[in-house]
Design a protein around this ligand. Structure first.
Ligand code: FES
Length: 80
């Protein structure tokens, strides 16, 4: 899979905040590190967990990680 070049462009403004804060508080994983892992090919929660340890605490950040995956790997809308 090709890496996503500008993953931040794919996120709605509300998801672009606090990039240097820990999104996964349990394991102290910064949001930007999770975004980069997704852009570089992680397409599932399991991939993200393996690469960054995010969601590997009690899973409280799972929904947010899922949302990031959905946005970053959303299929491009094709023009007709
Ligand atoms: S904040 Fe990520 S598992 Fe709890």
């Amino acid at each position: 899979m090709e890496p996503v070049k500008n993953p931040l462009d794919k996120l709605p403004p509300i998801l672009k905040k606090n990039l240097n804060r820990n999104l996964c508080v349990c394991n102290e994983v910064q949001k930007m590190d999770i975004i980069n892992a997704i852009a570089n090919g992680a397409t599932t929660i399991a991939d993200v967990k393996k690469q960054t340890y995010a969601t590997d605490g009690n899973g409280c950040c799972t929904r947010q990680v899922k949302r990031l995956i959905e946005c970053i790997h959303a299929p491009e809308r094709k023009k007709k």
